[in-house]
Design a protein around this ligand. Structure first.
Ligand code: SAM
Length: 325
């Protein structure tokens, strides 16, 4: 995935005059801090340099993860067409940019965060966005716990790890109360998956139905195993991004875990592909999460013609509509 051209240009302009040394020092500190998830007594982004460093080195990856998660929702519920978005803990607006790309129907965007410098940067980045909803977004300084406004779509992206377990629960609850659909995204680590599982339980208990990635609202078949449900979004790196993160790779694979739940009626889901399918001579092996709540290894052989050709094209995270028998 490439960042939208207007966001890439805005990020470049916003960081052009900053000292590279200061940005690098800030990135190093933020990487260390985010490596150890845990309640933050004070905001982790401690000023305009941190906000810019975060936007330069993390925002493309979190944008990519939310874009992929919301893309999965748009595929499952093509008629969703949300008009309003609240981005909870939105910082400089990664999820708001992702949502406006997936849902051109958006008209009203509110971004809530405790860090004024991140919101100010977000406002600057969105000033010349192609999307009118982004250009006119409201960037509101709020410290949670707080009432979350109602919206057709609510995003909570990479926020929960900074809160205590109790506050995570309360924030998911407050975010879901007035949400038509809610997307919660976390890093694709075992502890990120655990936070997503806890959020999923809260959303189901509140009467919402899970639409992605799970094809069911029952218990997760990976819970209690050594495996955890996560996906990956490949995002191209800008030269500044490469410089700040070190290394020469032109892309990074952001691993993420997520859950999206809705109050909108949705049809039954096909199975979801949980890993990179393994392609052997004349055979495709897929690990699937099935609509009945089970996980299964499915083999599709060349003899299955169209089903086999479809299986060769599916990727980790896709829906699998084919039949393997
Ligand atoms: C890791 S950043 C994620 C930013 C953005 N959502 C993204 O996906 O890139 C976490 C954000 O949550 C905000 N946050 C954390 N705890 C908060 C609280 N108690 N009240 C308001 N904002 C909070 C932080 O200020 C920060 O901007």
């Amino acid at each position: 995935m490439d960042l939208p051209a207007d966001l890439a240009a805005a990020l470049e302009a916003a960081t052009a005059d900053l000292s590279l040394r200061e940005l690098e020092a800030s990135v190093e500190r933020l990487i260390m801090r985010y490596r150890t998830p845990g309640r933050a007594a004070r905001p982790i982004l401690a000023g305009s340099v941190d906000a810019a460093a975060y936007a330069a080195y993390r925002m493309p990856a979190t944008w990519g993860a939310v874009r992929a998660a919301l893309g999965a929702v748009a595929e499952r519920v093509p008629e969703l067409g949300p008009r309003s978005l609240v981005d909870v803990g939105g910082g400089s607006g990664a999820a708001a940019w992702a949502a406006s790309g997936v849902f051109p129907s958006l008209k009203d965007i509110v971004v809530l965060d405790q860090v004024g410098d991140a919101l100010e940067l977000g406002r600057r980045l969105a000033r010349d966005a192609f999307s009118g909803a982004l250009r006119h977004a409201e960037w509101r300084q709020v410290r949670f716990p707080a009432e979350i406004p109602e919206a057709d779509l609510v995003t909570v992206s990479y926020v929960l790890s900074e809160l205590s377990a109790e506050d995570q629960d309360a924030l998911v609850r407050a975010s879901a109360v007035g949400a038509g659909t809610i997307a919660v995204v976390e890093p694709g680590t075992p502890d990120g998956y655990q936070r997503i599982m806890a959020a999923r339980d809260v959303l189901i208990a509140m009467g919402l139905r899970v639409v992605a990635p799970c094809p069911h609202s029952g218990a997760c078949p990976l819970a209690g195993t050594r495996d955890w449900c996560h996906f990956a979004a490949r995002v191209h790196r800008s030269p500044l991004h490469r410089r700040l993160k070190g290394g020469d790779l032109g892309h990074e694979d952001e691993k993420f875990a997520y859950v999206v739940a809705t109050r909108v009626p949705v049809p039954e889901s096909p199975a979801r592909v949980l890993r990179h399918p393994q392609i052997r001579k004349g055979l495709v092996m897929m690990q699937l999460c099935e609509p009945d709540g089970a996980t299964a290894q499915t083999l599709v052989s060349k003899r299955q013609g169209d089903t086999y050709r479809a299986a060769r094209d599916v990727d980790w995270g896709d829906l699998w509509r084919g039949s393997a028998d």
